[in-house]
Every structure is written in structure tokens, then in C-alpha cells.
Design a protein around this ligand. Structure first.
Ligand code: ATR
Length: 277
């Protein structure tokens, strides 16, 4: 039996077990299993040692462990090295590598819906952990520009400065959202605003979507966030948070097993488990 886990706190609501177990089933890998394990910050070393010893064959890491886990693994690869945050742990002969597939998953989710990022003007909302991973992958996709809009302007400017070597980037305050949305080809919402029970709203005027940019939201509970509902009514192409979940998971799956992930089966299972086909 090869065991895979998602570690975090809380994790009981995670859609990853349903999604990865469906992927194993689709490929006939009956001796593989994926489960959710409640792990607090004090227990991250036990996850790393179970990976080193081979008792776990691969792991995902979620809130609140992404940054602390990055400091405990033996090596960081790709985007994870740039942002010092991980969502995927891969064992190799007694050592553990950390990867961050959120950003590349975001790019793949957009591309899978026919959205081209090359030469696009991108507006990224947020400058926290999720936004940082996405920003680095977007910057590698050769966009025309990336504008980072964030509640705390200094965080937006800081992230934009980190991107400058890779792509033209600027940080702006959230008050300027409407102005920058009207110039964007692609808008990506990467904050917690829009999550169920989150009261805040984004200051975005309907008129700024009249040119029908693609609008993506990383939040998947609810699946149609207030922003996606606004975008749908404006006639914009939309990409939802389950697409991101599926593609980041598909990239983790590929990193653990070296096989092409059955993305359609993963997509179907994640939507069914979320009760949102
Ligand atoms: P995550 O790892 O999920 O990205 P995080 O690192 O805490 O979480 O980042 C949360 C992001 O959501 C930040 O961009 C945060 O803005 P600040 O940098 O100003 O903190 C943003 N955010 C959280 N609550 C918000 C709110 N009520 N309105 C606007 N932005 C908010």
C-alpha cells in the first residue's frame, strides 16, 4: 500500500482525498490511498520523517503549514525556492523535496480554459502566500504586465518588486481596483475575500468588467464567489477555484508518481465531492 496525505489544520473539509483517490482508481492503482491528516505546526517534523522513511509516499501541505514546512524539508524546487512556501512534498531515497504547485496550477487552469497569458495584462488581487506563488508562475508565462492590487499597499509593492526581474510589475492599493480592472485582460482574485463567512467585499465597479476580461477566483467555497457572480453577469469568461484545486493537485500527482494525471477524473471527483457538479 502506498499512502499519500494532505496535512494541515483544519483538513476535514478537504476535497483532495476524493480527487486523488479518484485519480488512483482511474489508473487502476488500487494499492494507492490518499487521506486527510490533521497536523499542527508542532507536528511537521513527524510528517517529514515519515516521508524520509518511506511510510508515506507523498504529501500535500495546506494551511497553516506551507511556510514552516518549507524550512524543514531537505530541498526546495522551482517556485518553492523563490517563495519559501510548499504545498507538495516528494520523497527521494531518504530525503524530501518541497514544491509549490499552486502557481503553476493556476497557469494550467487558465490555459486549460483557453486563456493565453503571453502578452496579457494581468491584475492579481492579493499579496499573501497564495498570491505570491501564483505571481511567480504568472511572471514566467511572459505576460505584458502584472499589476498587484492589495489591501496593504506595501505588501503589493513588495511583491511587485520581487517580480520585476521576470516581468513588468507594479503594486497598487485596493482602492485603485476599478481603474486597473478596466485595463486588464485577466483578473485573478487570490485573497480570502469571497470565502463563505468572510464579510469583506472587493471595491470593483461593474463598468470595469464591460470589456469582458477573464476573471478567476481561487476561492472554491462558495464556488461562485461574489466576484465570479459579478463577472458572469457582465458576460466575462470565468475560471473557478475548483479548476485551480484540480490543476495544483494534478501537478502534485505527477511529481509523486511520474505519470500523466487523469485530470478529467480528478475534475469530476472534486466537483462531486464539493457538491457542485
Ligand atoms: P493566503 O496564504 O491564503 O494567501 P495570507 O498570506 O494571510 O493568506 O494572505 C491573505 C491575503 O488576503 C492578503 O493579500 C490580505 O491582504 P493584506 O496583505 O492587506 O493582509 C488579503 N485580505 C485578507 N482579508 C482581506 C480583506 N478583508 N479585504 C481585502 N483583502 C484582504
Amino acid at each position: 500500500m502506498s499512502l499519500f496525505i494532505v496535512a494541515g489544520s483544519p483538513v476535514s473539509h478537504s476535497l483532495s482525498p476524493a480527487m486523488h483517490n479518484a485519480a488512483f482508481k482511474a489508473l487502476g492503482m488500487d494499492d494507492h490511498h490518499y487521506g486527510a491528516v490533521q497536523v499542527g505546526i508542532g507536528d511537521v517534523d513527524s510528517v517529514v520523517s515519515m516521508l524520509r522513511s518511506g511510510r508515506i509516499a507523498g504529501a500535500n501541505v495546506t494551511y497553516p503549514l506551507k511556510t514552516v514546512m518549507a524550512s524543514r524539508v531537505d530541498a526546495l524546487e522551482g517556485v518553492a525556492r523563490e517563495i519559501e512556501s510548499v504545498n507538495t512534498l516528494v520523497p527521494h531515497a531518504g530525503t524530501v523535496s518541497g514544491l509549490s504547485t499552486d502557481g503553476d496550477g493556476c497557469v494550467r487552469a487558465l490555459e486549460s480554459r483557453g486563456v493565453s497569458l503571453e502578452d496579457a495584462s494581468i491584475l492579481l488581487i492579493g499579496a499573501g502566500g497564495a498570491a505570491r506563488s501564483i505571481a511567480v508562475s504568472l511572471a514566467h508565462a511572459r505576460p505584458r504586465s502584472i499589476t498587484v492590487a492589495n489591501r496593504t499597499l506595501e505588501h503589493a509593492r513588495h511583491l511587485a518588486r520581487r517580480l520585476e526581474d521576470m516581468a513588468p510589475a507594479a503594486g497598487v492599493a485596493l482602492d485603485a481596483l476599478t481603474e486597473h480592472a478596466s485595463k486588464a485582460d485577466v483578473i485573478i482574485q487570490a485573497t480570502s475575500v469571497g470565502m463563505r463567512h468572510h464579510v469583506a467585499e472587493l471595491p470593483l465597479a461593474d463598468a470595469s468588467l464591460a470589456h469582458r476580461p477573464t476573471v478567476m477566483d481561487i476561492v472554491y467555497d462558495p464556488l461562485e464567489t461574489p466576484l465570479l457572480s459579478q463577472a458572469r453577469k457582465a458576460g466575462c469568461p470565468i475560471v473557478d477555484g475548483i479548476d485551480l484545486l484540480v490543476w495544483q493537485g494534478a501537478l502534485s500527482f505527477q511529481a509523486w508518481l511520474g505519470v500523466v494525471p487523469p485530470v478529467d477524473a480528478m475534475q469530476k471527483a472534486a466537483r462531486a465531492a464539493g457538491g457542485r457538479p
